[in-house]
Write a protein that binds this ligand. Structure first.
Ligand code: IPM
Ligand code: MG
Length: 347
């Protein structure tokens, strides 16, 4: 699903990479293109048409560019592009959103942070994706409005379990981020997390952190984080912040998984209307998402590693799109960058 803005431009980079992987490895991937977001509203009146849901459910994996744009920003409109993405997450029941923050040492100058703070940064945010304030009951009348933030224990258990398994494979540290000093839903989150971790993951080091402090420590000492697990909205906000460690939102991938069924893969950046149509978007976040797709949905670990290595190689060689170019580097456009990465895949 290409979606809106730069979505179609980076989606092409994704399918082109998969086609290249297929050619090199002898696999065959079959694609179906579907509408979502503003493009779907324009064509059908709905942000997530039934045909799209049906096709996603039949697929092994779903690739999404981005949704939204100035054309559909009226906050009072009955349908908005973002509803498409939320409905898709709910339909696929992809409750676990994996957002790794990988640092390329060569891009340290593209980050607004001091270089020495970035040394050794290697963290993953596990964001709960199908609950909380995003999906609670909404109310609006003339003078007031509310959004309910509700979590059930089973929702906390499954996301914390998912994050703890990952932490156990990594450096063994799990940081659970909440606002337990104020929110009842966070107090439930903290209690359930504490109980589950001591019962099932005694070997994983658990730390609880308030979200305001976490937002500070992500800048102050980002290298100390291993796996962060948090609820939907805190995860949304903290991952935009964390993307600045990597130099550009355009670099970062994401995967959204459920207990079974199709995984959903999208770069964490949005539709970037300011540069849409110019062909200059950074395809790295999408191509890194393709690596996650190969790994998590298709079980093609070797191919996934190869795609990640190809991105590293071209970055080390000095290939840059405009968002990560520094000094007097001449930026490549989306297609050139994609082709460079594909050319760096092992034959
Ligand atoms: C994200 C985006 C979405 C979110 C929007 C487009 C609804 O910001 O994936 O982080 O808030 O989840
Ligand atoms: Mg976001």
């Amino acid at each position: 699903m290409a979606g809106d803005g730069i979505g179609p431009e980076v989606a092409v980079a994704g399918t082109k990479t998969l086609a290249a992987v297929a050619a090199l490895s002898g696999h065959r991937f079959t694609f179906s293109e579907q509408l979502i977001g503003g493009a779907a509203i324009d064509a059908t009146g709905e942000p997530l048409p039934q045909d799209t849901i049906a096709s996603c459910s039949e697929s092994d994996a779903v690739i999404l560019g981005a949704v939204g744009g100035p054309k559909w920003t009226d906050p009072n409109a009955a349908v908005r592009p973002e509803q498409g993405i939320l409905a898709l997450r709910a339909a696929l029941q992809v409750f676990a959103n994996i957002r790794p923050v990988q640092i390329f040492p060569e891009l340290a100058d593209a980050s607004p942070l001091k270089n020495e703070l970035l040394d050794g940064v290697d963290l993953v945010v596990i964001r709960e994706l199908t609950g909380g304030i995003y999906f609670g009951e909404k109310m609006r009348d003339e003078h007031s409005a509310s959004d309910l933030c509700i979590y059930h224990d089973y929702e906390v258990e499954r996301i914390v379990r998912f994050a703890a398994r990952l932490a156990a494979e990594r450096r063994g540290n799990l940081c659970s981020v909440d606002k337990a000093n104020v929110l009842e839903s966070s107090r439930l989150w903290r209690d359930v997390t504490t109980r589950l971790m001591s019962a099932e993951f005694p070997g994983v080091n658990l730390e609880h952190m308030l979200v305001d402090a976490a937002s500070m420590y992500l800048i102050r000492r980002p290298a100390t984080f291993d796996v962060i697990v948090t609820e939907n909205m805190f995860g949304d906000i903290l991952t935009d912040e964390a993307s600045m460690l990597a130099g550009s939102m355009g670099m970062l991938p994401s995967a959204s998984l459920g207990d079974s069924g199709a995984g959903l893969y999208e770069p964490i950046h949005g539709s970037a209307p300011d540069i849409a149509g110019q062909g200059i978007a950074n395809p790295c976040g999408m191509i890194a998402s393709i690596a996650m797709l190969l790994r998590h949905s298709l079980n093609l670990e070797e191919e996934a590693d190869a795609v990640e290595k190809a991105i590293q190689t071209v970055i080390a060689d000095g290939a840059r799109t405009a968002d990560i170019a520094t000094g007097d580097m001449t930026p490549l456009n989306t297609e050139q960058m994609t082709d460079r990465i594909i050319a760096a895949l092992p034959a």
